[in-house]
Every structure is written in structure tokens, then in C-alpha cells.
Design a protein around this ligand. Structure first.
Ligand code: SF4
Ligand code: SF4
Length: 465
């Protein structure tokens, strides 16, 4: 956006008074509430979903496994997560260039939890004027009671958040069924790590949503700080139409005052703002694009009989230059191109992924030896990992190669879901046939109990040195 409209981060007053927004209803707030509570419920419900007998989404860090429905990811699969984060980053860039901070206003956890905490204050204490009044009044019975109830609800939300968050890592079975009895009283029998995680997430939720609020967006969140760089003249942003609104001033309903613009200076747009700013001062880094000011102003416009849209989603090109916005523009195309390529790459890689891992490493202490029958012998350690959700039996074989044969202790190797097994194998070479010092070999592992559905092949070398 144009610099003259944008209030930079260093000019934000971090010492400003606590914000108690007025809650408003309207088209955008309805969408926002549905989006926020849908995401919150999804967050609560996801760890309870089971898939093939196991928690469907489980970040089992102690077991070094991540389960996402039917897929099991090991540390070697970190590449997929890097890929996922790159896709998420480009999606955010794309959405930001097109529609500004919709993520902040409609889906960001900071916004969702702050909304819940502010709504709790409204339910217990009352609308914003009552909250300001209570801030100023001395501590009496009513203040202690109401503030106490707010604190209890905030702490409960923080506990629910922390236990849910931690259950994604430790599993719901452990989180909610791990109890012991101490002096006849049942207490959670959680590990130190679990307690630490609960404390950190609970504390951060309480502090962020209860006290940090908009300061988190303006001083800590990197996205909040760099989003202005991504905006261009055609980015959709919540804007005050100052040409139409100014000069602002109160007037009587139905009475025309040609010296005034359409803004009746009711300050409703400021009162509903969860970050406490005045959108009429121009685009500011604190604005999370929640559109509460649009709904509030539309209400006022209805009441005074003026057209809606004094505050609206608009672009700098529309507002400043009175030109239609350009939806299709090079930067959007570039992001779209990169995103399409990344999605195609992710789908291709995931669809070709075999849930069976085979690793081979050579015994470094002994490259080759000659056995009693005069044959050359190489020893390897192989590791087979069953990355499916079912138990399987696997067989291993050496792909045909003249003069070479496999010597393994096991005919088949049974493995439970996500289980790995390390075992030594030997490859025997006939020195009359194997004349080169290094011969490429291929080992194949196949699931035998399901007719060879899963197969993995790895290459290595057979050496006579
Ligand atoms: S809500 Fe609309 S009319 Fe009221 S002060 Fe804000 S911009 Fe002006
Ligand atoms: S200025 Fe409007 S859109 Fe921005 S945060 Fe405040 S209420 Fe939300």
C-alpha cells in the first residue's frame, strides 16, 4: 500500500490501554464465527479420530513416528514435511497478495483464542462499557467474583487447549487414561515431558489470549510484520472510503448536511475493533482484517439511511485511483504456478510412496572374507521397516546375479505395524565367476502375506577386496 496510508510497526504504541471490543454481528462476523469455531472444534476432535485401530493423527515423537491416517512417516521422511511447509508458505503468500490478511482475521489460532477470551469477559462482565467501568472500580465483592469467574474460564480453556495439543504428541490413550492413585486419590500419571508440554502450552495460551492479544500480532508474529511488503495496489483490504466519509461529523437522521461526508463519527468502528485501532487512520499493521468495523459501520449506515460500504473490502487502486482492480496479475500468476508445481510434486511423491522401508549398510569392519569352501563372503546389516498400519511378513531376496547368492537366517520376517528390524545377512560370491573387485547388487524385500503388494529394492555393492 502507499506509504502515506500505512502506519509502520515502530510507530505503534505498545503501552496503549487494554482493548475491550464491542461485539458486533453481521455478514462478515457470521462467516468469521463459523470459521473460527469450526477450526476450534476440529482441533479438539482430530486427536480422537481412529483409523485402522490407531489415533489417525499422531505425532509420536518419542517413537520417532508420525501417523497421518494410513501413512506412517519416519525421520527419513522429513522431506515430506519440508514440502508441506513450503506449500503452506506459498499458499499464504498467494492468499495474502490476493486478499490481504484473511488468515489473521478468520483462521489464525491467536485470533480464535483471543476471541474466545474476550467473549468470556463479555459474557461474565458485560459489554465493553461495563468492562471499562470495572477496570476503574476498586476491588470489591462484585469485581473479585466476576474477575475470578473470568480467570477460571480462561484457565479451563488453557487446560483444554494444552491437553488437546499434547495429546497430538503423546496420544489420547496416554493423555486421558493414564491415571494412578496417590493416597486414595486418582491423579494423572504423566511423564515429566508431558507435564512440561502441558505447562508450556497452557501458560502460552493463557498469556497470549488473555494478555498479549494484539501485541502478539504487531510485535512478535513475523507474518504480521512482513505482510505489508506483500500487499500491492490490487490487494483486497478492509478500507475506509475517506473520500466519501470525510469531513466526518454527527448529523440528524434524514437531515442532509452538504458540508459533511458520510461518516457520522459514531466511533462504532473503533469500539468493535479487537485490536483497538481506528480504521479511518488508514491501513495499520495492527489491523487483522477481521471486518468487524465493516459490519459495525454497515449497521450505522442502515440506521442513518446512507448506503452501506463506507468501510468495505476494497483495493488501493479502487479507492485512490477510482480504477477497477486487476485480479489477474503477474505476482499472483507466479505464486499460482509455483503452488501448482508443488501440489503436483506432492501428489506424485505421496502416491508413489511405498509403506515399506529397506536400508542396507555394509559391515565396515570386514569388507569381505573367504569362507571354508573358498567362497568370498560380504556381510551387510539390513533394516526393514513396516510403515503400514497392519502386521506383515516380508521375505528378502537377491535379484538374480551370476555367481552370487544370499545367505539369510530367516525365510520370512514378521513385523508389526511401524516395527523395524535390523539383521545381518551375507552374500556369497563364487570367485571363479565374480572377477571384478566391485559388483553392483540389488536386494528386494516383498510382503509375502498379501501376495507381494509392497516391495522395496535397494542397491549396494559386492566386493572381493
Ligand atoms: S462506524 Fe462508520 S460512521 Fe461510525 S465512525 Fe466508523 S466510519 Fe464513521
Ligand atoms: S480495523 Fe477493522 S478489520 Fe482491522 S482489526 Fe480493527 S475491526 Fe478488524
Amino acid at each position: 500500500m502507499a506509504d502515506n496510508n500505512y502506519i509502520p510497526v515502530h510507530e505503534i504504541d505498545a503501552t496503549k490501554k487494554r482493548v475491550h471490543p464491542r461485539f458486533v454481528t453481521g455478514f462478515y462476523q457470521n462467516i468469521r464465527v463459523v470459521s473460527m469455531y469450526f477450526l476450534f472444534v476440529l482441533f479438539l476432535v482430530l486427536p480422537w479420530i481412529r483409523y485402522e485401530g490407531r489415533q489417525a493423527i499422531w505425532f509420536d515423537f518419542t517413537g520417532q513416528r508420525i501417523y497421518i491416517f494410513g501413512m506412517t512417516f519416519l525421520p527419513q521422511d522429513i522431506f515430506f514435511f519440508a514440502f508441506f511447509f513450503i506449500i503452506a508458505a506459498f499458499s499464504l503468500f498467494f492468499v495474502t497478495v490476493y486478499a490481504g490478511r484473511v488468515w489473521c482475521g478468520y483462521a489464525c489460532p491467536q485470533t480464535i483464542w483471543t476471541h474466545m477470551y474476550q467473549y468470556t469477559e463479555k459474557l461474565v462482565i458485560g459489554e465493553r462499557n461495563k468492562q471499562f467501568k470495572m477496570d476503574k472500580q476498586p476491588w470489591n465483592g462484585e469485581k473479585i467474583l466476576k474477575r475470578g469467574i473470568v480467570q477460571v474460564i480462561w484457565v479451563l480453556i488453557a487446560i483444554i487447549t494444552a491437553t488437546t495439543f499434547t495429546s497430538y504428541a503423546v496420544g489420547t490413550d496416554y493423555m486421558y487414561h493414564s491415571w494412578a492413585t496417590l493416597a486414595g486419590i486418582p491423579v494423572p500419571n504423566w511423564s515429566t515431558l508431558t507435564w512440561t508440554s502441558l505447562f508450556i502450552f497452557g501458560f502460552c495460551t493463557y498469556i497470549n489470549a488473555g494478555y498479549m492479544r494484539e501485541h502478539m500480532c504487531t510485535h512478535i508474529c513475523p507474518y504480521g510484520r512482513f505482510q505489508s511488503v506483500m500487499f500491492d495496489k490490487d490487494t483486497l483490504i478492509v478500507s475506509y472510503d475517506y473520500k466519501r466519509g470525510e469531513p466526518r461529523g454527527a448529523r440528524k437522521k434524514g437531515k442532509e448536511d452538504p458540508s459533511l461526508g458520510d461518516c457520522v463519527n459514531c466511533t462504532m468502528c473503533v469500539q468493535v475493533c479487537p485490536t483497538g485501532i481506528d480504521i479511518r487512520d488508514g491501513l495499520q499493521v495492527e489491523c487483522i482484517q477481521c471486518a468487524a468495523c465493516i459490519d459495525a459501520c454497515n449497521d450505522i449506515m442502515d440506521k442513518v439511511g446512507l448506503p452501506r460500504g463506507l468501510i468495505r473490502y476494497s483495493t488501493e487502486r479502487q479507492l485512490e485511483e477510482n480504477q477497477p482492480s486487476k485480479i489477474l496479475r503477474p505476482r499472483l500468476f507466479a505464486y499460482m504456478f509455483v503452488l501448482t508445481a508443488l501440489f503436483a510434486g506432492a501428489i506424485f511423491t505421496l502416491s508413489g510412496r511405498v509403506p515399506l522401508q529397506l536400508d542396507i549398510r555394509r559391515d565396515r569392519n570386514q569388507l569381505s572374507s573367504v569362507n571354508a569352501q573358498g567362497m568370498v563372503e560380504n556381510t551387510y546389516i539390513i533394516k526393514i521397516t513396516n510403515k503400514t498400519q497392519q502386521a506383515h511378513e516380508y521375505s528378502i531376496r537377491l535379484l538374480p546375479q551370476d555367481g552370487l547368492s544370499l545367505d539369510s537366517r530367516f525365510k520370512t520376517i514378521p513385523l508389526e505395524p511401524s516395527e523395524s528390524y535390523d539383521m545381518p545377512i551375507s552374500i556369497i560370491g563364487d570367485p571363479k565367476v565374480i572377477t571384478q573387485s566391485k559388483t553392483p547388487i540389488q536386494l528386494e524385500v516383498v510382503s509375502v502375506d498379501d501376495g507381494g503388494k509392497y516391495k522395496a529394492v535397494k542397491e549396494n555393492v559386492f566386493t572381493t577386496d
